[in-house]
Design a binder for this molecule. Structure first.
Ligand code: ZN
Length: 151
């Protein structure tokens, strides 16, 4: 008689999937082929909050806030899906502070504060593009022009 091998799912595997209150017991149970009750048991052992449908977990960093709102396009640019100023400028409001998305994306991409205005590099002609590598500040413009690029 052939023995059916049932893969053993450990509590650790279940725990690894229960990363936030946005993950439901049912989805984990389905993925791993275990019962809902087993997942709930692990959740209680870990003292994780109960799943609530549609609950938004607050973003903990600027980076996370940006990542949720930037959509890279297939042609190498990036679209802002968040709020905008009436003139179209992408804006990010996070923890009571509002900045242009350009400044936040620039800071994350270049790991420094931008100097002066942020504009798009000459090779990016997409209005309101928020690709980190397509933004330049005064320091970068000065350096580019000093190198003979008059654009
Ligand atoms: Zn671009």
């Amino acid at each position: 008689m052939a023995r059916v091998m049932v893969p053993v799912v450990t509590d650790q595997e279940i725990a690894r999937r229960l990363t936030s209150p946005e993950v439901s017991n049912l989805s984990v149970a389905r993925d791993l082929g275990v019962s809902w009750g087993r997942v709930e048991e692990v959740r209680r052992q870990l003292e994780l909050p109960t799943y609530r449908r549609g609950r938004r977990v607050p973003e903990s960093t600027w980076q996370e806030a940006v990542q949720r709102r930037v959509k890279e396009t297939s042609d190498g640019h990036a679209e802002w899906t968040g709020n905008r100023h009436p003139n179209g400028t992408p804006l990010l409001s996070w923890r009571g502070r509002t900045q242009t998305a350009y400044r936040v994306v620039f800071r994350l991409h270049h790991a420094r504060e931008p100097e002066g205005n942020i504009t798009h590099v000459p090779d990016c002609q997409v209005e309101h593009c928020v690709a980190g590598g397509h933004l330049e500040d005064r320091r970068m413009r000065d350096r580019r022009r000093a190198a003979g690029d008059a654009r």
